[in-house]
Write a protein that binds this ligand. Structure first.
Ligand code: SAM
Length: 277
């Protein structure tokens, strides 16, 4: 009997059922739930099981096997790691401001927008850092900038769309940028101004589902996302991204990531930055 005796106790998560959780999560999201996540699952989902009036983890598991079940989204939102902050890995934004965007604005033969994808954007600090950079004087030009923001976590994608941040979520944002680009909220937080939000286009997307992207992408930020996937899945994603980029377009990954086995489609230009061949 796996039901806890009191409201404060956890349900029992057996090895067998935890293995099933690992399999379901890997199949649906590409994320490997390692053993360090077991305690988190036990405590957080014991509470959830009580809320749902369920008898144990087996019953919960049968719901999340179905990706259309409402509980599936709740489960994914809980297991994802969303750590992010404004201007994380600042050298990427220096390069964007000094080199990449002025170069793209310099192409006078096209009125096409500059298209940027923040793949695994979390709560939006990454795309808003891109938007702030794009609106700086040195990056201004005749081409509009469109930033597609996608994530598998429905809560963070909603937050990105709203552009609302609590005071504890402003790490990396200077007072200057905060005053210039955000409006104060009554609770001490801030909301991104319309001038930033109009560059942002949000969409829920599991990277392992088909991508609803028709146009080519000038710059892809896929930072601190690949790290959750095995090498085979990483390669599949990188090759998919290469198909969406023309020669000389840019791919930017996170500091602890590599794009193993893809040197035929991307050439490294500097630390964690690549150019489509
Ligand atoms: C650590 S955050 C990185 C956020 C941001 N790119 C940065 O570097 O600051 C990783 C994000 O990837 C998302 N993610 C994980 N697996 C995903 C998948 N299969 N499809 C889409 N997004 C995924 C998570 O929900 C999370 O928000």
């Amino acid at each position: 009997m796996s039901k806890p005796a009191t409201n404060d106790q956890s349900f029992k998560l057996t090895d067998k059922v935890f293995n099933e959780f690992q399999k379901v999560t890997l199949t649906h999201t590409g994320i490997h739930l390692d053993d360090t996540k077991r305690a988190m699952i036990t405590s957080r989902f014991s509470r959830r099981l009580r809320e749902l009036g369920m008898g144990g983890f087996e019953e919960y598991l049968s719901c999340i096997r179905d990706t259309t079940h409402p509980e599936y989204a709740e489960f994914v939102d809980t297991i994802t790691t969303n750590l992010t902050y404004f201007f994380r890995e600042p050298h990427h934004f220096d390069k964007l401001r000094e080199d990449i965007l002025p170069g793209l604005q310099g192409i006078s033969s096209t009125a096409d927008p500059i298209r940027i994808w923040s793949a695994g954007c979390s709560s939006g600090q990454e795309p808003y850092s891109i938007a702030i950079t794009a609106l700086q004087e040195s990056c201004a030009g005749h081409r509009k900038v469109k930033i597609l923001c996608t994530d598998i976590d429905s809560k963070v994608i909603r937050q990105t769309e709203q552009g609302i941040y609590r005071s504890t979520e402003l790490r990396g944002l200077t007072d200057h940028d905060k005053n210039l680009w955000f409006s104060k909220q009554a609770d001490g937080g801030v909301r991104a101004n319309e001038s930033l939000r109009e560059l942002i286009f949000c969409r829920y997307l599991n990277l392992f589902d088909p991508w609803p992207i028709k146009s080519h992408l000038d710059v892809i930020f896929c930072r601190n996302v690949l790290i959750y996937f095995d090498i085979g899945r990483q390669e599949k994603l990188i090759r998919g991204m290469a198909k969406l980029q023309k020669s000389k377009s840019i791919l930017i990954i996170g500091h602890s990531e590599t794009i193993a086995n893809c040197s035929d489609v991307y050439r490294r230009t500097s630390n964690t930055m690549y150019e489509r061949i």
